[in-house]
Design a protein around this ligand. Sequence first.
Ligand SMILES: Nc1ncnc2c1ncn2[C@@H]1O[C@H](COP(=O)(O)OP(=O)(O)OP(=O)(O)O)[C@@H](O)[C@H]1O
Length: 345
Amino acid sequence: MSTNASHERRREGTAAADTDGPESTPAIAVEGLTKVYGDGEDAVRAVDAVDLTIERGTTVGILGPNGAGKTTTIKSLLGLVLPDAGTVEIAGIDAHEQPRAVYRHVGAMLEGARNVYWKLTVRENLEFFAALGGQSVAGTRDRHDRLLDAFDLAGKADQPVNGLSRGQKQKVSLACTLARGTDVVFLDEPTLGLDVEASLELRRELRRLADEEDITIVLSSHDMDVVEDICDRVVILSEGSVIADDSVDDLVQVFETQAYRVTVEGTVSGSTRSRLHREFDAGDWTETGDRTGFDVTLTDGDALYDVLDVLRDAGLSLVDIDGHDPDLEEVFLEVTGRADGGDES
Ligand SMILES: Nc1ncnc2c1ncn2[C@@H]1O[C@H](COP(=O)(O)OP(=O)(O)OP(=O)(O)O)[C@@H](O)[C@H]1O
């Protein structure tokens, strides 16, 4: 677990920057984002009124089970999917009204190694993607050398991508995404197919980019180690809605436990209490001021999503979930297993 004091320091730094001029514009601001596929009985509400503000230099993991709406959300942020409602601003620019202006600020790796040109050399690929962003070869040489070093590709710089291993192609793809030097980067499963060492290299470089270059990184990954290592913050989607949005430290603690103390705003009706008792063995109810607290015991990681769903159905606002038993790492792995769904999508 490498979420550490440097993340904390950086978060404080980001908060301080919020007070001074253009720096205060969030890297990403999403309000009421909604996307419905199809219509009538077949309609699927893939993203449902999602609000999200991501400050500059933050690294955010978007997680959730299969079909939760992660890809649709990320594609909407990139302007690749037109939402039915809501607004998306990147660096203060409306992503749907001014997609070309937004393009200057964002890089994305959505399809892994498939986005690079296999007949070009590694360096030619980097130069090609930088040129697409309007940058000269001379102006990006240092950045490209750094990326090649960071991903252990310097020795392969003049070889066609075609002859590289799958993991090396994946690293070239990521380097191409970073080659333009945009200030916001979206990465879908960036470490998929990499061996342990390459995955660690990549995590180090992403953290460095966030810490030293103030780059904002949004990534989706089914690998919780990667998320823990890279991300300051995790947003969990379920059925198109944000069901958790917290620091990695806090969420990992929740997922590693089986017994939780839940605190919600207001009072909880008798019928909701009965349901929570029936399904999650809820008990030890307390009412303090305008808050209600209770304990639940969960049999597996999936049940955490279910408790949050019950609270949402009852119109209750979650204040806190506090885990009591941090030894049960299996719970966390089960949640990861559910999000993975047995495939690599
Ligand atoms: N083009 C489409 N047409 C119709 N339905 C779609 C389309 N794309 C996604 N969906 C549906 O929208 C919902 C959200 O899908 P999305 O791909 O955004 O989820 P996801 O969280 O990225 O899932 P996964 O982890 O499986 O990739 C799913 O129910 C999916 O079947």
